[in-house]
Design a protein around this ligand. Sequence first.
Ligand code: GDP
Ligand code: ADP
Length: 428
Amino acid sequence: MLWRFDKLTSKIDFVPNHINQFIPSDLESSVGKLDLMGEAPVFFGDDLHASVSNGFHLKPKEFESAIVVGNKTYAIGGFDDPTSNGVRVFDKSTGEWVVPIVLGTKPNAFKGHSMMLLDSDRILIIKHNSKSNDCAWFLEVDTRYVQEQKKKFGSEVVSWSKGVIGDAERPIVISGPSGVGKGTLINMLMKDFPTMFGFSVSHTTRTPREKEENGFHYHFTNRSVMEEEIKAGKFLEFASVHGNLYGTSIEAVEVVADSGKRCILDIDVQGARSVRASSLEAIFIFICPPSFEELEKRLRARGTETEELIQKRLNNAKAELEQGTSGGLFDHILVNDDLEACYERLKEILGLDGSRDATLKTTTEVFALPMEISLSKIDGKIIINSKNADQKIVLDLTSMKGGGPGRTRGLRMYPTSLHIDDDNDENA
Ligand SMILES: Nc1nc2c(ncn2[C@@H]2O[C@H](COP(=O)(O)OP(=O)(O)O)[C@@H](O)[C@H]2O)c(=O)[nH]1
Ligand SMILES: Nc1ncnc2c1ncn2[C@@H]1O[C@H](COP(=O)(O)OP(=O)(O)O)[C@@H](O)[C@H]1O
């Protein structure tokens, strides 16, 4: 089974075995095994590379390997090749290879990996010779999120998600009408708990206010650029609010997750609805004013908008209040009457009211994975076996949360000295 890449169409042609006289026998047999078994065995990066290194046909990317999921074969690798987006898909029903839209941030280049299919909708990739905090990646190929994106884009889509070891806290979505005090409450949290929270810096097409800083309060951009980026799948959610485009880029959320902080998103109700439908398992909080008159008073007192813009915001506030307080979209509804009281209630919801140590963070010791590994699955746990040493590491996915695009949290990983009987392996 070899491929030919058509640079004009970006398609990869499947070259049937019978017209290829250079097919190495070991690849043929592994393909045969895939078809027969109808399930995904574990492949090592080198397998595919060594087998298909044939200059005449599509040259496999370095450290590329393949796995079968239903009717499709996913070739993964070549991350250090600038012409590759790291994934190509062969669809058995059309007989064609295609380069999919790849959402999320792909892993940095690595030399070799092992893969395993999980729940027939995502591929677990373990990087060889890596550290425990950057070894587990998921390529979602048919999760609910990916299915939705396939419909949206009308083409093949896959989505990366980095596995995060430990109990990162759920992100927080805060919504509410303009002038209700969202920014004020978020600033209080960030000031009181600087190591705990990180703000998701949104993109917007509105003009900056006097004291607003690009890259800190917002990424200020223009509509055509932002629309292009939306088309390219760079946004977790976006919405048209008060006549401007606002959106949360996948990167904005990932930057916070990577800094080990809990992400706060200040987004409108439409955005909250989109995030609710995504795999970002957030806590949704809606802030209400004590009255409409008070909202108007605060907006005017803030002095950042013209009269016309204040009117627009007040008009939109009615619909936002209606949507925010009905329909079960939000987990908590807070009335911001007395600021201090509202802040106390917010801290209580977030477990920061002294009922537990707010500075306590789950620390996960980082350790090195073996150079050469293989994967197996026992009792729902993934076992990472060293090829050269009698060393096993357990990857427990039973409490994993979230997913593409972004981060899959809640993974547990620990070395084990337990004897594991290989005969019981579900995957060899
Ligand atoms: N959907 C969505 N809404 C956003 C985003 N960033 C900000 N917003 C919302 O856009 C609205 C207007 O924000 P802004 O212009 O900063 O005005 P302010 O809320 O009155 O300070 C607010 O409801 C924000 O919550 C985003 O990334 N996505
Ligand atoms: N509980 C409150 N009581 C009185 N004024 C408030 C209260 N909360 C916020 N404000 C003020 O209302 C204005 C709007 O608050 P802001 O945080 O900018 O709202 P938002 O981010 O929701 O648009 C600001 O001038 C802020 O100081």
